[in-house]
Design a protein around this ligand. Structure first.
Ligand SMILES: Cc1cc2nc3c(=O)[nH]c(=O)nc-3n(C[C@H](O)[C@H](O)[C@H](O)COP(=O)(O)O)c2cc1C
Length: 290
């Protein structure tokens, strides 16, 4: 229990590390404010909803962080939220990191599901990050992010959350504050799921000459989707984060990502969402300046 009488849980999913980085910035800020948060990585414990649901009751704040995947939150995050107890009276703060194509409707959907579970949404953030599918490029979208300015904004969010939790008086934000995509874009994004997008993802091939079966790809897979038979095979629950390919020390997992890079850039051009970090609070809405 924190000194100031409220508990903080930070739950995140972060195959490529940006969301984890922001979760840690938040953790550090809470510590500086005298609050001792509990930090959970969903990739390490997929049964987390049950494990922490009892503790979340009472005067608690649950912070949930996800990367944006095809305009939505990553599937393990939505499963986590769905598994939370339905009648909590706690507060919640969703945040996403996104790679400059579009932050989509991830924050809106996370907040809506948290609200359905009885959480009051205190605030939210969409944090600019390097596009994790562009790690092979010298000039990826979101290069250099999250940077110190992004971190400062995240700290500002935590400071406000802390004030609200201390005073116990926040009305929170409205779901409509997070419905910031144009109506027709929002509707289109609702239809396009990761499952559908999977059909357009590049095929990975394993170079059996180079693969030394070290199983690092299986270890880093956040959804436990890599099996060995006797070389890596990728299962149904794969979410196409490409962590297996990115981390293979032998470069034995191969895929041609060039088409996807073009598609990402086309989408950025189409959606024209300002590639900045933004925080959402009841009393203020702050966006980085160009
Ligand atoms: C399968 C997949 C889909 C993605 N879809 C989007 C998207 O719709 N919009 C966007 O801006 N970034 C998208 N990204 C980029 C990630 O949201 C971004 O790089 C994020 O910061 C990754 O978080 P992590 O480093 O915590 O894994 C996608 C990445 C992957 C792997």
């Amino acid at each position: 229990m924190a000194r100031d009488g409220y508990k903080v849980f930070i739950v995140y999913f972060s195959p490529a590390g940006s969301t984890r980085h922001i979760a840690r910035v938040m953790e550090k800020r809470f510590r500086e404010l005298g609050i001792e948060p509990s930090l959970f990585d969903l990739a390490e414990n997929s049964e987390l909803s049950q494990a922490i649901s009892e503790q979340i009751r009472g005067h608690s704040c649950l912070i949930v962080g996800s990367p944006v995947y095809v305009s939505h939150a990553a599937p393990p995050i939505m499963q986590f939220i769905a598994g939370l107890p339905p009648d909590t009276t706690a507060y919640a703060v969703p945040f996403v990191t996104w790679g400059g194509a579009s932050s989509g409707i991830a924050l809106f959907e996370m907040a809506r599901e948290l609200q359905r579970g009885g959480f009051r949404i205190l605030g939210a953030a969409k944090v600019m990050a390097v596009h994790c599918l562009m790690w092979q490029l010298e000039d990826p979208m979101g290069k250099g992010h999250p940077n110190s300015e992004d971190e400062r904004m995240v700290q500002e969010l935590i400071d406000e959350i802390n004030k609200n939790m201390q005073s116990r008086s926040s009305r929170g934000i409205d779901l409509s504050d997070l419905a910031y995509q144009k109506e027709e874009v929002h509707a289109e994004m609702e239809k396009m799921t990761l499952e559908i997008a999977k059909a357009h993802m590049p095929i990975r091939e394993v170079d059996e000459e180079s693969c030394n079966q070290c199983e690092i790809c299986a270890e880093v897979c956040p959804t436990a989707s890599v099996a060995f038979a006797p070389y890596p095979v990728f299962g149904e629950s794969c979410i196409y984060c490409f962590s297996c390919m990115r981390t293979c020390p032998e470069g034995a997992i191969k895929a041609n990502l060039s088409e996807i890079w073009q598609r990402i850039r086309d989408r950025a051009e189409f959606f024209k969402e300002r590639p900045y970090t933004k925080i959402f609070l009841a009393s203020l809405s702050v966006e980085q300046e160009a």
